[in-house]
Write a protein that binds this ligand. Structure first.
Ligand code: ADP
Ligand code: MG
Length: 262
C-alpha cells in the first residue's frame, strides 16, 4: 500500500548535553542523549516511542518540536525545515506543535482558574475578545469531557485525570496538527489512563491530529500506537508497525525490552 504523507521528518538528529565540570574531571564531559536519529511520522498516525529511562525519548521529542536545539541534523515539519528557521518564523510553526507532559499539576499554574489556563494560548497568539474566548473555552471543556462549571475551578480542586484533560484542552486550543505526549498518562491510575487515552484517540479522529506518544508503559504504547520506535542509548534501534514489533522484535534490545513486564 502507498505510504501516507509525512508530517515530521527527522534526519540524523544529534543532541549532546554538556555536563558541569567537576573537580576531578579535567576535560569537558558530554552526555550523548540523542545520537544520529532518523525517522518520520506520518500524517494522522500515533508514533509511539519506548525505551528505558535515560535512553533519550524526551530529548528526541523536544528536539522534534524545537524545545531543544539539535546539535546536528535536520527536522522537517510539513516539508519546512524548522531547524533552518529564525525565531519569528519558528514561532508560527510552533503553534502547530503542542506538548502534553507527565505531571499535570506541575505544568498548570496553581493560581490560575481553568478558564484562564485554557485561554492562555489565545492571549498569546490571537486577538480574540473576552466573550469569544469564553465561548471557545466552553466548547473545549466539552470536547475534553469536563463540565462547563469546571471553568471556575483551580487545578488543586481537580483530580489528576481532570487536570490532564485541562492540559489537553489547552494543547488543542489553537488547532495544532501535532502533539507530543511525553509520559502524558504515566502518573495516572490505570483506569484513568484508559479514559485519557481514549479521549486522545477520539480527538485524533475528530481533529486529524498526529501524535508522538512517549511512555515507558508498554501496554499503553501498544494500545494507542500505529507504529512504535525503540530507543536505546540515544539511538532509534528499531521502528515497526505496533503488532509486528510486539510479535517479532528484530533488534536484540527490543526483544529484551518487550519481554519485560509492562
Ligand atoms: P528518557 O526520556 O528516555 O528517560 P532523556 O531524554 O530524559 O531520556 O535523557 C537522555 C539522557 O540525557 C540521560 O542521560 C539524561 O540524563 C540526559 N539529559 C536529559 N536532559 C538533560 C539536561 N537538560 N541536561 C543534561 N543532561 C540531560
Ligand atoms: Mg522522559
Amino acid at each position: 500500500p502507498p505510504k501516507p504523507p509525512v508530517l515530521v521528518r527527522v534526519k540524523n538528529a544529534k543532541k549532546y548535553f554538556k555536563l558541569k565540570k567537576g573537580i576531578f574531571t579535567k576535560n569537558q564531559q558530554y552526555v550523548k542523549a540523542v545520537d544520529k536519529v532518523s525517522f518520520e511520522i506520518f500524517k494522522g498516525e500515533t508514533f509511539g516511542l519506548v525505551g528505558e529511562s535515560g535512553s533519550g525519548k524526551s530529548t528526541l521529542g523536544r528536539v522534534v518540536i524545537g524545545l531543544h536545539e539539535a546539535d546536528e541534523g535536520e527536522i522537517y515539519f510539513e516539508e519546512n525545515e524548522i531547524t533552518a528557521l529564525n525565531k519569528r518564523e519558528f514561532q508560527k510553526v510552533r503553534k502547530e506543535m503542542q506538548i502534553i507532559f507527565q505531571d499535570p499539576s506541575g505544568s498548570l499554574n496553581p493560581r490560575m482558574k481553568v478558564q484562564e489556563l485554557i485561554s492562555e494560548p489565545f492571549d498569546v497568539y490571537t486577538k480574540m475578545t473576552k466573550k469569544e474566548k469564553e465561548e471557545k473555552v466552553s466548547i473545549l471543556l466539552e470536547k475534553v469531557g469536563l463540565g462547563v462549571e469546571k471553568k471556575l475551578s483551580y487545578p488543586h480542586e481537580l483530580s489528576g485525570g481532570q487536570r490532564q484533560r485541562v492540559c489537553i484542552a489547552r494543547a488543542i486550543a489553537l488547532n495544532p496538527k501535532f502533539i507530543l505526549a511525553d509520559e502524558a498518562v504515566s502518573a495516572l491510575d490505570v483506569s484513568v489512563q484508559a479514559q485519557v487515552i481514549n479521549l486522545l484517540k477520539d480527538l485524533q479522529k475528530e481533529l486529524g491530529l498526529t501524535y508522538l506518544f512517549i511512555a515507558h508503559g508498554l501496554n499503553v504504547v501498544r494500545y494507542i500506537s500505529d507504529r512504535v520506535g525503540v530507543m536505546y542509548l540515544g539511538q532509534l534501534v528499531e521502528v515497526a508497525e505496533t503488532e509486528e514489533l510486539f510479535d517479532h522484535p528484530l533488534h536484540p534490545y527490543s526483544a529484551a525490552l518487550l519481554s519485560t513486564n509492562p
